[in-house]
Write a protein that binds this ligand. Structure first.
Ligand code: FAD
Length: 359
């Protein structure tokens, strides 16, 4: 993106040990992007933008650039969170200047209202929400964080502090946060469909089971990695990734080919997968085994050979152990480069709300 249409924000933070903070920020962001250091200057670059750090005797100067207001907010709030975390109790006065000044709401937050909820299979419930401007949800990723208010209370949504950190409602107003895919966007009606797997009495399942017209819910996003153009796709997942797989398949061009492998409880959980691409769909049934307890998906990946010609892309979403096995196999055995696969843990057996994308 040309530099003149980037958004910018900067801040100068006085610190007792600016050099220590400089080192900790650089060391931390190595895991999240590219860090270039030269003397007392550093540049941190990642998906959401770039941050320049300049070391002074008693302070650190921070200069953030990003292509849009949502990304700039992610950069500013992430820097602010890490400054506070690494300050070991020292008070941090972060006075941002430039773009995004005075924002009190997260730019990619939207309140939406439930229109309808209905079962589409015995264990999958579709919640349709009215979202105002559906255009907001078209790019930037397939999923959202759904912010579920406590039952019977008027929602209190997260706000933004002067330092750009998110202030989450606490106590009786605390929100449950769960990640779901936007299965479909209806531009004419201004609606989104979210397909939720019903299991246990977990916050996400209870929300979907009890959702009724008029309920308010918050959405953060969209987010997530991109499915990049390829000649051949392998789309894999359990029922939690079925909405993502179905949406990806619907958007493939007619020139593409795709092998699709989906693990579900049994035949009653199968859904029609529509696509203009040449697709072959294989359903794997757990036949009574609990979700997240089988190695059906890793086994299926091992049995599939990548086509000898053309470009490939593999998308997978499933329980964490299966996701790890699939990622390991793709990298070590199939030698698939990092940018040719997106394998994510969509949930972790025995743990609530795992948000591990593992890229
Ligand atoms: C990028 C992304 C996209 C996702 N898209 C969807 C989607 O479109 N639809 C969807 O239904 N899910 C989706 N998920 C998965 C969903 O976020 C998790 O399943 C989440 O844990 C559900 O929250 P919960 O409140 O129901 O259960 P939690 O409170 O998180 O967990 C409670 C217990 O239930 C177990 N558990 C969680 N999920 C399941 C499951 N599916 N089956 C059996 N046990 C489970 C946990 O291990 C834990 O023991 C997505 C996840 C990611 C990361």
């Amino acid at each position: 993106m040309p530099d003149d249409i980037m958004l910018r924000a900067s801040a100068r933070v006085t610190l007792t040990d600016p050099a220590g903070m400089f080192d900790r920020l650089c060391d931390h962001f190595i895991d999240h992007g590219t860090v270039t250091r030269e003397g007392g200057s550093a540049r941190l670059e990642g998906t959401f933008g770039a941050v320049g750090l300049t070391l002074e005797a008693d302070a650190l100067t921070i200069a953030a650039t990003s292509p849009n207001e949502s990304y700039l907010f992610v950069v500013k709030s992430s820097i602010a969170e890490h400054l506070v975390e690494f300050a070991d109790g020292e008070a941090i006065a972060l006075d941002w200047r430039g773009d995004g000044i005075g924002e009190t709401r997260i730019p990619y937050f939207r309140e939406v209202v439930v229109r309808d909820a209905r079962d589409i299979t015995p264990a999958m419930r579709r919640v349709t929400v009215a979202c105002g401007d559906p255009g907001h949800f078209v790019t930037g990723g397939l999923h959202v964080r759904v912010l579920i208010p406590p039952r019977g209370r008027a929602p209190v949504w997260p706000s933004v502090g002067a330092d750009s950190r998110v202030i989450w409602p606490a106590g009786e107003d605390a929100l449950a946060k769960r990640t779901y895919t936007i299965r479909a966007i209806d531009h004419e009606r201004g609606e989104l469909d979210i397909d939720v797997v019903l299991h246990d009495d977990s916050p996400g399942s209870v929300w979907a089971r009890e959702a009724k017209a008029g309920d308010r819910v918050g959405l953060l996003g969209p987010g997530g990695g991109d499915v990049i153009p390829a000649d051949w796709y392998l789309l894999l997942g359990d029922e939690t990734a079925l909405p993502a797989i179905a949406r990806i398949a619907e958007n493939l061009p007619s020139s593409a080919r795709a092998s699709i492998v989906i693990e579900v409880a049994d035949a009653s959980e199968q859904q029609e997968i529509a696509s203009e691409a040449a697709i072959d769909v294989t359903w794997l049934h757990r036949n009574g085994c609990p979700a997240g307890s089988t190695d059906l998906l890793p086994k299926a990946v091992r049995a599939i050979a990548l086509p000898a010609h053309g470009t490939h892309f593999v998308f997978a979403g499933c329980e964490q152990a299966a996701a790890r096995a699939i990622r390991k196999h793709l990298r070590a055995e199939k030698q698939l480069p990092k940018d040719r696969h997106l394998v994510a843990a969509y949930w972790r057996r025995g743990h609530a709300d795992v948000h591990d994308h593992g890229e």
